[in-house]
Design a protein around this ligand. Structure first.
Ligand SMILES: Nc1ncnc2c1ncn2[C@@H]1O[C@H](COP(=O)(O)OP(=O)(O)OP(=O)(O)O)[C@@H](O)[C@H]1O
Length: 284
């Protein structure tokens, strides 16, 4: 994904299995949100395609949701003047015959679908701990609850893969703990979870694996221990220049190859120069 001369995301390929939580971290501007935007059809990659479960996704958000990927955003995007329950029910529009407009305009078709969807929506509100607030307007919920409502709305599309963009941003420690428990519970339902977060304690507690994005490329992927011990990750966070080749927890091999390449006077970047920015998630 290029913006003018800047390549914001290049060749990022991730596997998130069902029932697994994978973290996506990286310094500011590393390309994390752009990666989510490419996956969910908000951005059309300038080169390459986005595949999910082996199928190329059309870059249209509603078709991506239909294909089984749901997301939340860095900044809360609820329907502020709708009730808590209505917000979740709108999230079900890709799973009902009624379209989004019918849901928003509350036509007769929507009322039928409403009955059918209400039970499931209430289950989801129960799941995120907001059933008792079903008739409150979304805008009147405290911040932490608004974020939980967003997650319930994303779950309403019955995703196989859930993308969470900074779910604990702005939360107090208690709200962060509640969110952590909620993400574990989502994982336990067999949903694949990919989460962007700057709170490292949250990430390393939560995730089965962590991928580090630096300057749009995957630098390292591995368990929390592997990632925390990787000197290149520390260097990237300290703002030191990134010159390595992205690898998947094979730091030693990559480093050896870089040394060899440097000795041979070759440029390690050229190997990737003609690659496309293909991204792929495959929950299984
Ligand atoms: N629509 C856009 N137009 C131009 N440049 C963009 C656009 N969106 C993102 N960028 C640039 O792409 C790069 C990656 O940005 P992105 O927001 O994806 O990073 P990030 O890792 O999510 O950062 P943060 O952690 O600060 O949210 C940045 O240099 C950013 O300025």
């Amino acid at each position: 994904m290029r913006f003018g001369g800047l390549t914001a995301v290049r060749e990022v390929d991730l596997t998130v299995r069902s029932g697994e939580i994978v973290g996506l971290i990286g310094p500011n501007g590393a390309g994390k949100t752009t990666f989510f935007n490419c996956l969910t059809g908000l951005y059309v990659p300038t080169q390459g395609t986005v595949s999910y479960r082996g199928t190329v996704l059309p870059p249209k958000p509603h078709l991506v949701t239909k294909a089984g990927i749901a997301r939340t955003f860095q900044n809360i995007r609820l329907f502020a003047n709708m009730t808590v329950l209505e917000n979740v029910m709108v999230g079900r529009h890709t799973r009902t015959k009624e379209g989004l407009w019918s849901a928003l305009l509350r036509g007769p078709g929507f009322r039928k679908a409403e009955q059918a969807g209400e039970e499931r929506s209430m289950e989801l509100l129960e799941f995120v701990g907001l059933a008792h607030k079903r008739d409150h307007l979304a805008r009147n919920l405290p911040y932490g609850e608004q974020r939980r409502l967003e997650i319930a709305r994303a779950l309403a599309s019955e995703p196989g893969l859930l993308l969470l963009d900074e779910p604990t941003a702005g939360m107090n420690p208690q709200e962060t703990r509640t969110t952590e428990e909620l993400v574990f519970a989502i994982r336990d339902k067999g949903i694949a979870v990919l989460v962007i977060e700057h709170d490292m304690r949250f990430i390393f507690n939560l995730c089965d694996r962590v991928a580090v994005l630096v300057q749009g490329r995957k630098l390292v992927e591995g368990t929390s221990d592997v990632v925390q011990a990787d000197e290149r990750v520390v260097a990237a966070y300290l703002g030191e220049p990134f010159e390595g080749d992205p690898g998947e927890a094979e730091a030693a091999e990559v480093e050896a190859a870089e040394v060899q390449a440097a000795e041979a006077g070759s440029d390690t970047e050229t190997a990737d120069a003609e690659s496309t920015s293909t991204t792929k998630g495959e929950p299984q």
